[in-house]
Structure formats: structure tokens, C-alpha cells
Write a new protein. Structure first.
Length: 335
């Protein structure tokens, strides 16, 4: 059945056909430009890759794991294997919803094979016309859940950070900007694995137009003002905006609070972001950690290190916890 909200085809605007979708009579969604196909019963295919599962093999336990602006995430099970999964339901009624779906699926496909990015199993169109993405389950929640309990020990923090860096390195190597690095989008599992998730606003930095998107408290200054973009041109400036957001995240893990925690309105956040002193950790933190954070939280884009360069910083190479150490620490901290 073809949902009434879409009809046969999206209207094409004068700028791009990238959000043009059709439905066929069995309910399969097809994106015209990429030939991405999402069926009601047999999975998803795109860019020569197939993510096939029978929808009848995926059981929804209706246990909610999270609720976001564009949909919900629930726990599920692949019945044939007993594997626990996350089922992310996305609305697709509006053209903007379908743009976010396209971004997310393309980034998930680009993420395949990276152990520090959440993996895709399949995707289905539901009877109500929404889309379910069947994803790898991260059963220890997000960094947001842990940061609420206080600061991370430096060695544990280093182990988390290096895994986030490896995930971002994979994306940046494919010219993809995550665009929304924050605690809620970094997930954990019981084995101590750390994975970046939520690719709805991920963008190719080589695109002719880049929208200013992301969560306000984690936006890089250059997304708010060209004053800080320096002499860097093209996509490089945007890749380095993920580095600023990573610096904010690292500051939070180290201190248990956001560097601009006293800013409570949008105006105050932007004022702090653009004009307050650049955030620095107190000197009672390890010198290598303070150095890394100071380099990430530099307003001048050209003075920030790339993710590849950060992977060689002392803080993430000298004394780094293994995933098993993180697993044991999470067990003792969260129970």
C-alpha cells in the first residue's frame, strides 16, 4: 500500500533532486538518485550493498531505549539467531524527514566494518509507512548517562576517547562530517566498546552547500561566525568542527560538566561560544589531557588538529585503558 502522505513522488525543487522518493505497489520505498530501496519485508539495499533480513524474523520487544526528535529506539531480537538489536523507527511523512533518513542510511553504509561506529543490519518500511532501521544494540546506554554521575578517571577517559577518535577517523576519511558529536550520540556496550551513532545530520563536506546544524551546546564557533574560519577553504573547515565538539565532550568527561554550563539560553550560549575565554581544564588534570583539550577548543579553525593528528597525541597513546577496563569500570560505576 502506498502511504497517502507521499503519493507517487516527492516534488523536486530547483536546487536538488536528492530527496526524490517513490513508492511501488508493494510498499517499497525507492530513492531515485541513489537507487536506495527499503522494502516492507526483505530489507534494504543501496550502493551495491544489501542489508537483508525478513521483517518477520525481527521481534520488537516494545521496550523503549530512547526517544528523539525524529523517532524512537526500542529493543528487539533477531529470532533466528537470538541476537539483541536496536530498532530505530523514523518518521518519513515530511520531505525533511526523508532527507534525514537518506543521510542516516548512507552514513551507516559508509560505517560498515568500523568497530567504533554503530552497524546496520537491515531496514524495513512499516505498515504505517514509517521506516524501521535494525541496528547494532549498545546495551550500556550513552556517555550522557555516565557523565551525569561525574568525571571519568583519566585512563578510562583516554580509552573512551581513542575509540571515538577511531570512529571519527573512519568518517572523516570518507569526507563525512558527523555534525552532532555529543554525549548522547556516543554509545557503550557491556564489552567496553565505544561507538559513535546517530547519523541523521551527517554531511559530505564536499557538498556545494553546508547547512549550520548540530546541537547548540556543541556547535563550533565557525558554524556561528565566519570570523573564526581563518584561511581554510572547502570541506576541511567543516571536518574540524567535529574536533571542537569532541573537545567539548572531552572537557565534560574530564570535569563532569559542560565548559559553558552557566549559559542557559541560546543567546548566552552563542555569546560564550564566540566571546568568552576559550575553555581550559584546571591544571589539576593531567598535562597531556589539558593540552589535547586546549588544542581542540581553539576558535581559530586552522590551529585545531585533525582527528588523524589527535590519534598521535600523548594522552591517547601513553596510558590508555583497554575495552575490558572500561567494561569493569562501567560495571562498578553503573551497576
Amino acid at each position: 500500500m502506498v502511504p497517502g502522505f507521499l503519493g507517487s513522488i516527492d516534488k523536486l525543487d530547483s536546487v536538488s533532486a536528492s530527496v526524490s522518493w517513490t513508492y511501488n505497489q508493494n510498499g517499497t520505498m525507492r530513492h531515485k538518485m541513489s537507487d536506495m530501496r527499503i522494502s516492507p519485508d526483505s530489507g534494504l539495499s543501496c550502493e551495491g550493498q544489501e542489508f537483508k533480513l525478513a521483517s518477520s524474523d525481527v521481534e520488537d520487544t516494545h521496550r523503549t531505549l530512547g526517544v528523539g526528535v525524529n523517532g524512537t529506539v526500542r529493543r528487539g531480537v533477531i529470532k533466528s539467531t537470538g541476537q539483541a538489536v536496536a530498532i530505530k523507527t523514523l518518521r518519513v511523512e515530511k520531505q525533511e524527514d526523508r532527507r534525514l533518513l537518506l543521510n542516516e542510511v548512507k552514513a551507516l553504509i559508509a560505517s560498515q566494518g568500523c568497530r567504533n561506529l554503530v552497524q546496520l543490519h537491515a531496514g524495513f518500511v512499516t505498515h504505517s509507512g514509517q521506516v524501521n532501521l535494525v541496528l547494532e544494540l549498545m546495551d550500556r546506554g550513552s556517555l550522557a548517562d555516565v557523565i551525569r554521575r561525574g568525571a571519568f578517571p583519566p585512563r578510562i577517559l583516554a580509552g573512551v576517547l581513542v575509540q571515538v577518535l577511531l570512529g571519527l577517523h573512519h568518517l572523516h576519511g570518507r569526507r563525512l562530517l558527523h555534525n552532532d558529536i555529543k554525549p548522547g550520540n556516543v554509545l557503550l556496550n557491556a564489552q567496553g566498546d565505544v561507538k559513535v551513532a546517530d547519523f541523521g545530520i551527517t554531511a559530505c563536506v564536499d557538498a556545494s552547500k553546508m547547512a549550520v546544524t548540530g546541537t547548540q551546546m556543541y556547535l563550533a564557533p565557525e558554524k556561528c561566525s565566519s570570523e573564526f574560519s581563518g584561511k581554510i577553504s572547502g570541506g576541511d573547515v567543516w571536518l574540524l568542527s567535529d574536533v571542537w565538539s569532541l573537545g567539548v565532550l572531552t572537557f565534560e568527561m574530564a570535569s563532569g560538566r559542560h565548559p559553558f554550563h552557566s549559559a542557559t539560553t541560546i543567546v548566552a550560549i552563542w555569546d560564550a561560544l564566540l566571546y568568552a575565554l576559550e575553555p581550559r581544564l584546571p591544571q589539576n588534570h593531567p598535562a597531556a589531557l589539558c593540552h589535547l583539550v586546549s588544542k581542540c577548543l581553539t576558535r581559530e579553525v586552522g590551529l585545531r588538529p585533525t582527528v588523524a593528528e589527535l590519534l598521535h597525541f600523548d594522552f591517547v597513546t601513553v596510558d590508555v585503558s583497554a575495552p575490558q577496563d572500561l567494561s569493569e569500570w562501567l560495571e562498578s560505576s553503573l551497576g
